[in-house]
Design a protein around this ligand. Structure first.
Ligand code: DCP
Ligand code: CA
Ligand code: CA
Length: 401
């Protein structure tokens, strides 16, 4: 059985699908969940920045700094994966595997860049349904039942549109899975990679899972797999038919029945928004700075953070700055605010104050800054306090005077 239909996307269908009023009547307990997972995320972000890397084996590394090659592989593009490179392997092993390939490129992770791309991606995915859950830097679920009812044909087209939209905006490919719950949507997304689109309708769940080895079932770790092997459980089908009591004896009264549910493709865990805990932006200065002259560099960071907060309906109660010195040492300062804020002007003013503090302590050490960043945290959806409104207008009049 094929699970990847050939879809012809029709913009009108999608616009119709996005209108929640069209299908309200069809709602029932049936859910449709879409899982999105970006392909070789960190490495693909680097390819977007430098398309020449696309044809070369590309390895993104977390250098531990002790020697030039100590550390682990974060991820690699599919060219490098074909040659055996894997996430988590020592960099030295990856170097060995690619030693014959003069074109191969090893880059250090650039967390801030991937984080910024990730935040934009999440905004795009979220635009398809307010019932949204970010799972990791490159992965999210949306529940689209409220948007399209239980029509898997429309859901399949919507899945394709999500892919197209992400590609149009970021030039990044992703793998998308559509299923009746989070478990099946994620397993569908993992089924074909990279650039896959897999649809599992409720009546296909059993056939999809049946032949797979149990380790392919999300939530089953290597230790569980080992124990199952001892019990004679090899495939997901074996697990789905195994005696519940015996599973409880082996894995406990919660986990045993839970595994059996998973093997039947059952998962009632809702798609839920997890709170955003912090937002940050960082910039490399045009020149290393030894005094606070670069407020202009900070302005776009403050504006960017403010836009994100406003679009999420959030405000921050703590603000911090980070400076990376010319010697690549990290220095930071933070403060708690008396009132939650989200305006760009106030974010800039508070971070500028912290940078002034930082520079006065750096002055004595003759240290320069290469990169400067702002981080906001303790986020809540509180209403704008009167004090902030007043503070804001005072500040605005001060700036425009
Ligand atoms: N990551 C990491 N170390 C790991 C696994 C992942 O630093 N051991 C980082 C790099 C990945 C990102 O997290 O790009 C997302 O992880 P994924 O597991 O989704 O892997 P990729 O997106 O790299 O590849 P795939 O195409 O298989 O999803
Ligand atoms: Ca991924
Ligand atoms: Ca992922």
């Amino acid at each position: 059985m094929r699970f990847t239909p050939n879809l012809i996307c029709n913009r009108d269908d999608i616009e119709l699908a996005k209108r929640s009023d069209v299908v309200q009547g069809k709602m029932d307990s049936q859910r449709i969940v879409i899982a999105v997972d970006l392909d070789y995320f960190f490495a693909q972000c680097e390819e977007v920045r430098n398309p020449e890397l696309k044809k070369k084996p590309l390895v993104i590394c977390v250098f531990s700094g002790r020697t030039e090659i100590s550390g682990a592989v974060s991820t690699a593009n599919y060219v490098a994966r074909k040659l055996g490179v894997r996430s988590g392997m020592p960099i030295a092993n990856a170097k060995k595997l690619l030693s014959q390939n003069k074109e191969s490129v090893f880059l250090p992770v650039d967390q801030d860049y991937y984080q910024t791309v990730s935040e934009r991606l999440m905004q795009t995915i979220r635009s398809f349904s307010a019932i949204f859950e970010q799972v990791s830097v490159d992965e999210a679920f949306i529940d689209i039942s409220a948007v399209i009812g239980n029509d898997f044909e429309v859901a399949a087209k919507l899945g394709k549109t999500v892919k197209q939209e992400i590609y149009r905006q970021e030039k990044l490919t992703c793998s998308v899975g559509v299923g009746p719950n989070k478990l099946m949507a994620k397993m569908a997304a993992d089924f074909e990679k990279p650039d896959g689109l897999t649809i599992i309708r409720p009546n296909q769940v059993k056939a999809f899972l049946k032949p797979m080895p149990v380790r392919k079932l999300l939530g089953i770790g290597p230790k569980h797999e080992q124990k199952m092997e001892q019990l004679g459980i090899g495939t997901i089908e074996d697990l789905s038919k195994f005696d519940t009591g015996a599973l409880s004896d082996a894995f406990g009264k919660n986990l045993g029945p839970h595994f059996k549910n998973l093997a039947q493709g059952l998962d009632d865990d809702p798609v839920r928004q997890r709170p955003v805990e912090q937002l940050s932006r960082i910039v490399t200065l045009k020149e290393d700075a030894d005094s606070f002259w670069f407020e202009e560099d900070l302005r776009p960071l403050a504006a960017d953070i403010s836009d994100r907060l406003i679009s999420l309906g959030l405000k921050c109660r703590a603000i911090g700055i980070v400076g990376i010195t010319s010697e690549l040492k990290t220095r930071s300062k933070a403060k708690t605010l008396t009132h939650p804020i989200n305006s760009s002007v106030l974010i800039l003013r508070n971070s500028a104050e912290l940078f002034r503090d930082l520079f006065s302590s750096l002055a004595t050490e003759h240290v320069r800054l290469r990169r400067a960043g702002i981080r906001v945290s303790v986020l809540s959806s509180e209403e704008l306090g009167e004090e902030e409104s007043e503070e804001q207008s005072t500040l605005t009049s001060f700036l425009s005077s």
